[in-house]
Design a protein around this ligand. Structure first.
Ligand SMILES: Cc1cc2nc3c(=O)[nH]c(=O)nc-3n(C[C@H](O)[C@H](O)[C@H](O)COP(=O)(O)OP(=O)(O)OC[C@H]3O[C@@H](n4cnc5c(N)ncnc54)[C@H](O)[C@@H]3O)c2cc1C
Length: 504
């Protein structure tokens, strides 16, 4: 995991505004087989699968791709220890199989990560002997071998493995494997793959409404030019994550909960393995990320704006307090926090359960012909959600008299086998750590990855925003490079810096 890594690919794309104009033309000129609303991991996964099966695919995203929850997760590919403890074996098995598939198809974005789970006297929710059994079951649920075999550790070995871990009342630990990913990069590379199979993708384009008249006619608004347009499609998929309940035609009922993460320097809190920290039944993670450490997350009901989600000081203090309890010598204070992010979980509604108890399962439903609502799920299970959705759409399309020639469509998904992208297209630009800070890297994102604004590059395509210390100086340099590439005036550059500074 070295950020000062290899060269990026050559710039192959046309100019950014030309490719945007081509995308608008591709979306509006002819009828699509399927229009996907939402450019998070679920929409991206559906676009890739559908395009690989021969469908004519369009996708619109109202902000940047991966703007929503899919750039604000814990970045884990996991079955979920907590769901195992809740007895949700089906869900754990599903996600455990999927975490290995993501590792197979996108090895640059999926690294096996060992987790040390220390157990302390006095917490009735996490009992050592039960966890010892649990991690063995966890290994078995991977549909073959897990990334590594789980083990049990005595108190002494746990303290050797994770120096600085609180000693008092420590009984021992278990160690098991999950995967670490880069959520926003997973979305972008999935979309790059979809585009290679012919999908037409447009960010900063909002779906407003649609009517069903011999197929769907959707109204969309191009938020870059301010123009509006119409897109015709046989089928429409609502893949808008936390926004899914508010879309016209949607029947989705969500319970939205918020989770906050913070990033500190590794020198302030270092752990070679990820560490599970418990707060009663809840669990939080310490996740190593290059020279940084990610801490999180919280899980609280949320009713605020979906477009601007803030990591409030109380949540940050709570995370630091838990981390300080588990690592008493760290003495973390708010000024140690380099960056933070807050995301919204689009959970299927269960008004009675505690936020952390609500199921992470997914739902794909169609109440109007040709309209599918896809909701719930996890980053880890995005590929399966996409496969199931496209299976339904293909079956439906095959029955429509005026839709695509059924023989031109593949009934079977290939997304579990086909690599996302060849290594030559990801080296230097896409990985678990931010890429090197270079002009040609920024040029790649502008030409080949649909970057429109400074924060598209700085936050989602590179992760510099969360990783770097001297962000202001670096942002100034990036805005100059982007200005040259995209033809920005000095006023536009100032507006981009202001927009970036306003990110919560
Ligand atoms: C704190 C936190 C931690 C998590 N950690 C993990 C983890 O470690 N592992 C894991 O597997 N899962 C994790 N998850 C869950 C996972 O991140 C989500 O399930 C997943 O990212 C949801 O993806 P999505 O595509 O459904 O939604 P989103 O990523 O939110 O995408 C929906 C998109 O739709 C767009 N949209 C909305 N309305 C419109 C419109 N009218 N027109 C056009 N576009 C529109 C939005 O702008 C948005 O970009 C976590 C979630 C949270 C909040």
């Amino acid at each position: 995991m070295n950020p000062e890594s290899k060269p990026g690919p050559p710039c192959t794309g046309a100019g950014p505004s030309a490719s945007r104009a081509r995308a608008i033309q591709g979306l509006t000129a002819h009828s699509l087989d399927v229009l996907i609303i939402g450019g998070g991991i679920v929409g991206a996964g559906i676009a890739r699968d559908a395009a690989m099966r021969g469908l004519k695919v369009g996708l619109v995203e109202q902000h940047d791709f991966a703007f929503g929850t899919s750039s604000r997760s814990s970045r884990l590919l996991h079955g979920g220890m907590r769901y195992l403890a809740q007895g949700r074996l089906g869900l754990v098995r599903q996600a455990s199989v999927e975490k290995k598939i993501v590792h197979k198809i996108a090895p640059h974005l999926a690294e096996p990560l060992p987790f040390l789970f220390p157990v302390y006297r006095g917490n009735p929710h996490w009992v050592l002997w039960q966890l010892k059994m649990g991690v063995k079951i966890y290994d078995l649920l991977c549909g073959g071998r897990n990334f590594g075999a789980s083990t049990w550790l005595s108190k002494k070995s746990a303290l050797q493995k994770i120096p600085g871990l609180a000693e008092s009342d420590l009984k021992g630990a278990v160690r098991y494997y999950d995967g670490f990913t880069n959520d926003a990069r997973l979305v972008l590379d999935t979309l790059r793959s979809a585009a290679k199979y012919g999908a037409t993708l447009l960010n900063y384009c909002r779906f407003r409404n649609a009517i069903n008249q011999n197929g769907w006619a959707a109204d969309v608004e191009d938020l870059v030019s301010g123009g509006a347009g119409g897109i015709r499609a046989h089928a429409v998929v609502n893949a808008t994550g936390p926004w899914a309940g508010g879309l016209p035609h949607s029947r989705v009922k969500l319970r939205i909960t918020k989770g906050v993460h913070v990033v500190v320097e590794r020198s302030r809190l270092s752990a070679e393995d990820a560490v599970v920290m418990t707060e009663g039944a809840r669990i939080l993670f310490v996740i190593p990320w290059g020279e940084r450490t990610i801490l999180g997350t919280t899980d609280t009901d949320y009713q605020g704006s979906l477009d601007r989600v803030e990591a409030e000081p109380e949540a940050i203090n709570y995370i630091l307090k838990v981390a300080n309890r588990f690592f008493p010598n760290a003495r973390l204070v708010p000024s140690d926090v380099l960056s933070s992010w807050a995301g919204l979980r689009p959970l299927l509604a269960d008004p009675d359960g505690k936020p952390s108890d609500i199921s992470r399962s997914h739902q794909i439903r169609s109440f109007e012909p040709g309209w599918w609502d896809v909701a719930g799920g996890k980053l880890t299970t995005y590929r399966l959600m996409a496969e199931e959705t496209v299976d339904l759409i293909v079956r439906w399309l095959q029955k429509q008299p005026d839709a695509k020639d059924p023989t031109a469509l593949r009934a079977q998904s290939r997304t579990a086998e086909e690599p996302l992208l060849p290594t030559s297209e990801t080296a230097g630009v896409s990985g678990l750590l931010p890429p090197a800070f270079e002009r040609r890297i920024v040029e790649h994102f502008c030409r080949n990855e649909w970057a429109v604004h400074l924060d598209d590059v700085f936050v989602r395509r590179t992760g510099w925003h969360h990783y770097l210390k001297k962000r202001k100086e670096v942002a100034q340099q990036v805005v100059d490079w982007m200005g040259e590439l995209l033809g920005w005036s000095s006023e536009q550059k100032a507006a981009e810096l202001k927009r970036y500074a306003n990110i919560p």
